[in-house]
Design a binder for this molecule. Sequence first.
Ligand code: SF4
Ligand code: SF4
Length: 481
Amino acid sequence: MSGVAPLAYRLGEFHPFAAAEHNFVYLPAGALFELDEAAGRLIRRLEEGEVPHPALVDELMASGYERADAEALIGELRGARIIVAGDMVAAPMANPPADFPLQALVMNLTNQCNLACTYCYEFGADKIATPHGKPKYMSLETAKASVDFLLAQSAGRKAVHITFFGGETLMNFPLLRDVVAYARERAQGQGRSVGFSLTTNATLLSPAIIGFLSEHEIGVTVSIDGPPDLQDKRRVYKSGRGSYAVIEPKLRALIANHKTRAITARVTLTDGVTDVIRIYRHLKDNLGFHEVGFAPVTASNRQSYSIDDADMEGVIAQFHALADEWLEFALRGEMHGFSNVSETIGELVQGVNKSHPCGAGLGLLGVGPSGDLAPCHRFVDADSHTLGHVATGIDQGKRSDFLTRGHVGAKYDCQTCWARPLCAGGCHHEAFVRYGDTGHANLHYCDWIRDWTDICLRIYGALSVQNPGFLGRFAERRALS
Ligand code: SF4
Ligand code: SF4
């Protein structure tokens, strides 16, 4: 007579890590789980191979557990999918809702720029924009239609956000001013609120503009690459002249006089501009930015400005050093300005499990000077990625195609990657530039992404043990920002 074989357990999918002498696992659903001694022992036991349920219970009881406690521990680890039995059923993948209310609109007020940064994704070798025959500056009529579109498409949301972008955003400052007034009035008329931010190269800042930005609580992100020798390598005027000398006094005035919102620096790392710590110190300590974030340049194969593997190693080492510093600050209860850590910790605090790498095409859309809609600002003016028009609405078929391609479940290599709850395959725009397909996983950065995610998990773990109050305050601050 043959009986039914008892369930046999093996390890599920997770990423183990240790912090502050505690052991944790990070799960494919984006959750963190601290292991006590018994759970750690049980996992080590299953590392040797499958163990049937009765044997596992017996082993736990032999080590001093009551039967009920042994069953409860097994049940808890099974519920979290840290251990699994029978055929592995993939963890459910978060699907994007069919109808996702818009939350943020990036308005490219102009596609013109007064600089000619040699690595720019809008104007450089890898540009995908096709602006020929389209307006260079957004009109007030298109801008108002964009605001109306945002408010209509965000029904149910109390607060929405507009980010002003370019080209160089401030080349169309009069429109920005008008949009702030119009959007505030329209939102207030509906009992709702609207927040604003802009990205700028800082060359056109003036006392009047700074006063306006401060008065209207408009967050500012400045694209800047560091001290003069690094900024002037590639952030140049069309004549080739560097821009540092022009922007430095303007930035000092901005940071001294705009106190209502954070002023953030956004650095693009390129060949020869990889001195992360020196750049950070200059922007944070010398110029006084509140936050500084870094991203390697987006480039197709080898461009003259791409970072090679050896330099990337150096970048990663410096990221590690700044991340250690971030943790030291946090353990003392202080905020540190290295935003690459802050952003990832913010996502871990929220327990995100992304279906898509970012909000592009979901809660976020870009709109170009012509009124054409795009998944985000980087696709604006690219005919290959138009998702409709503010006057006629979203082309749901195209949006659905974009989201289906970009879903992490459609990216083969990501299915077995423990970092997918946070990465979800990486930026759609970068994927298109690299691989010609927005739905391709950004496999060139996987090692880096996993290394970075592991660093941030350790920071989170250490804080959860040594200063959990900081994580609570951090979460509150992020929710308000
Ligand atoms: S792109 Fe790479 S790091 Fe990101 S989820 Fe996919 S496999 Fe993982
Ligand atoms: S597609 Fe890339 S550039 Fe656009 S919002 Fe997403 S991460 Fe940012």
